[in-house]
Design a protein around this ligand. Sequence first.
Ligand SMILES: [Zn+2]
Length: 113
Amino acid sequence: MPRVFSHMYGGQAEAARATGDARRAQTDVSILEARLDKAMLACEAMWTIMRDKFGLDDVQLIERINDIDLSDGKLDGKVRKPVVACPKCGRKISQRFPACMYCGQPILHDPFV
Ligand SMILES: [Zn+2]
């Protein structure tokens, strides 16, 4: 048991740990929200530069977003490509791993998945 909880009874220590866990989780969410806001700003800035420079319009962007969304078979605002085939052995492998777990072939994954 961490020293800070040593003077507490079991239930108090558990409650204090749960409170600490909740605070850390809230901090993690706040950090992720800030990072998402920055990513959204960068994405919008890139889009507006491309739109203005190449004469594109928002309808084209929306259509492309829908095309990409549909690449997994569902128009649901998400893209799920959980497995890919290894180019060397052909086995299905998770997008989470940088190399095939069966044959060791390095895998170049889609950077947007
Ligand atoms: Zn393989």
